[in-house]
Design a protein around this ligand. Structure first.
Ligand SMILES: *[C@@H]1O[C@H](CO)[C@@H](O)[C@H](O)[C@H]1NC(C)=O
Ligand SMILES: *[C@@H]1O[C@H](CO)[C@@H](O)[C@H](O)[C@H]1NC(C)=O
Ligand SMILES: *[C@@H]1O[C@H](CO)[C@@H](O)[C@H](O)[C@H]1NC(C)=O
Ligand SMILES: *[C@@H]1O[C@H](CO)[C@@H](O)[C@H](O)[C@H]1NC(C)=O
Ligand SMILES: *[C@@H]1O[C@H](CO)[C@@H](O)[C@H](O)[C@H]1NC(C)=O
Ligand SMILES: *[C@@H]1O[C@H](CO)[C@@H](O)[C@H](O)[C@H]1NC(C)=O
Length: 209
């Protein structure tokens, strides 16, 4: 049986916690969580997403040296004593980092068809995309369309002609950096021989342009 001294026991209450913050990768971050209560509340920190890591000990200050992108997300401070339920509050830490291209898909197409090239980049804040044909910036014109959503960008050629074959560059930028990748639109040659399998099979031959 637990006997509480009324008047002396005070439930835990978080009195001050860091505001949500945005930092660049590699920064040192200190999160603060202060609580009142009697007995003195025990403070613990937990990284909720994505690692669900628990931090040991009684830590009013959570220090993260050289923060990485994996350490972004929600942090929870819990202040507990035996008087009543723990008080819990959260801080969101956003870690900015420069873009890296995660996917760049070349494609092949016969003339007269539609074709698209795909480029994806991982970055915080969300990257901006630009496309280049050799050294010339591509705009949405002359049957070319750029469509970018979040971390992905597509360049679509509505009607492929001979001059569309070749080398394209996808450039991903945010305020921390810039990177690019080369993609190719290859020519797909459809054989003109009659098909012996009554149209059920087709043989495609691809050549590098
Ligand atoms: C919270 O703590 C910080 C750091 O000690 C201090 O600068 C700030 O004034 C405090 N805020 C409140 C509301 O007590
Ligand atoms: C982070 O802290 C460490 C150790 O205190 C120090 O050596 C380093 O210079 C700090 N880094 C930054 C970016 O302030
Ligand atoms: C594609 O371009 C060719 C050559 O300019 C033209 O003959 C053809 O009609 C076009 N096809 C479509 C679907 O627009
Ligand atoms: C190639 O282009 C076609 C037509 O736009 C598209 O359906 C297909 O997904 C593209 N393939 C790749 C690997 O991007
Ligand atoms: C493709 O174009 C880019 C940008 O102009 C260039 O850096 C790269 O070397 C080219 N790749 C090939 C294989 O031609
Ligand atoms: C792609 O990146 C390389 C190396 O960082 C750079 O030299 C080149 O100019 C870039 N190309 C474009 C089109 O931005």
């Amino acid at each position: 049986m637990v006997v509480l001294l009324l008047g002396a026991a005070v439930p835990p209450k978080i009195s001050n916690i860091s505001s949500d913050i945005t930092v660049n990768e590699g920064s040192n971050v200190t999160l603060i969580c202060m609580a009142n209560g009697r007995p003195e509340p025990v403070i613990t920190w937990r990284h909720l997403t994505p690692t669900a890591r628990e931090f040991e000990g009684d830590e009013e200050f959570l220090e993260i040296l050289g923060i990485t992108r994996e350490q972004s997300g929600k942090y929870e401070c819990k202040a507990a004593n035996e008087v009543s339920t723990a008080d819990v509050k959260q801080v969101r830490v956003t870690v900015n980092y420069p873009p890296t291209i995660t996917e760049s898909k070349s494609n092949e197409s016969a003339t007269g068809r539609q074709a698209s090239l795909k480029c994806a980049a991982s970055a915080v804040p969300t990257p901006d995309f630009e496309w280049y044909r050799d050294d010339t910036r591509i705009n949405n014109a002359n049957g070319l369309e750029i469509r970018s959503t979040g971390s992905q960008s597509f360049l679509t050629v509505a009607n492929v002609t001979e001059e569309h074959y070749g080398n394209y560059t996808c450039v991903a930028t945010n305020k921390l950096g810039i990177t690019n990748a080369s993609l190719f639109l290859y020519k797909k040659i459809l054989p003109t021989l009659p098909n012996p399998f009554s149209g059920q099979y087709m043989l495609y031959v691809t050549v590098a342009f």
